[in-house]
Design a protein around this ligand. Structure first.
Ligand SMILES: Nc1ncnc2c1ncn2[C@@H]1O[C@H](COP(=O)(O)OP(=O)(O)OP(=O)(O)O)[C@@H](O)[C@H]1O
Length: 254
């Protein structure tokens, strides 16, 4: 289980994430939602150890993640929102580098790389440089890199970004399958339909605060709202989208 206890992150004294506590359990998918700038990526980065919390602690299977960061990173796979890749490498070279950094045996890692490239329909492009890859192709490389070492915890920050319909369907099924196999999966997304389909629970952030942390089914009942989109709008959207759109058109067409 992944557990955040009273975690905050301040940038120049300003809280981006403010005293949040929640847990994500093994065997189920936890959706992590919030408007732009609400603190989702900051939370993900704190869990990975890329940035340290200003306050609070993060635990994985009962142990503080910062107590033994190397052991924790062996068990974690992370798909960042921003694809920081080495563009001069080919997809296959990049994945080989990742597997070497992760100390995976060469034969095993090559089998996994070849297989995953095939299954993500990227095999034909494996020797081309990442520079020439489309956004979706880069996203697939990030996904494969996060999966290669068969992690127990998957942190997926907008993992569907740039994927075509077929690949998004594969990823959706993959996330469900990983949870079925007992992994902890925390994934952030703005695609509420997808979140609603595959997540048991959601955590909703608004301006750095947790405004909901429950099973989707229970939230529907408690709030008497039929869809996650309506629950999300009620808790985390302040503006009337129709009126904002009309004002925008008014400005350019006035
Ligand atoms: N390195 C940083 N320095 C200063 N402020 C930061 C930094 N990183 C994030 N922030 C601020 O923290 C807040 C939360 O940002 P974050 O990227 O976590 O939001 P998000 O929920 O992931 O948004 P999005 O949906 O747009 O990806 C924002 O106000 C952002 O400007």
């Amino acid at each position: 289980m992944l557990e955040l206890q009273h975690v905050s992150k301040h940038f120049s004294g300003i809280p981006a994430v403010d005293n949040i506590s929640f847990s994500a359990r093994a065997g189920e998918v936890t959706g992590y939602l919030g408007p732009n700038g609400s603190g989702k990526s900051t939370t993900m980065k704190m869990i990975t150890g890329l940035i340290e919390p200003t306050f609070g602690e993060i635990f994985f299977d009962g142990a503080p993640t910062l107590a033994d960061p190397i052991a924790f990173k062996r068990r974690m796979g992370y798909v960042p929102e921003e694809p920081y890749l080495y563009h001069h490498l080919s997809g296959a070279e990049y994945l080989t580098m990742v597997s070497e950094l992760r100390d995976l045996p060469r034969r095993l890692s090559q089998e996994r790389i070849e297989g995953l490239l095939q299954l993500f329909s990227l095999h034909g492009d494996r020797h081309a440089s990442i520079q020439g890859y489309s956004k979706g192709m880069r996203q697939k490389i990030l996904l494969i890199a996060a999966l290669l070492h068969n992690p127990d915890l998957l942190l997926l920050d907008e993992p569907f970004s740039g994927l075509d319909v077929a690949s998004a369907l594969v990823l959706r099924a993959l996330i469900e399958e990983l949870a079925c196999r007992g992994k902890v999966v925390l994934f952030s997304s703005h695609e509420l339909d997808t979140v609603e389909r595959i997540s048991a629970r959601v955590v909703i952030l608004h301006k750095g605060h947790v405004v909901a942390n429950d099973e989707i089914e229970r939230l529907r009942g408690l709030m008497d709202l039929p869809t996650l989109e309506e629950i999300f709008s009620e808790l985390a959207v302040e503006q009337d989208s129709r009126s904002v759109a009309q004002q925008m058109v008014g400005l350019i067409d006035g």
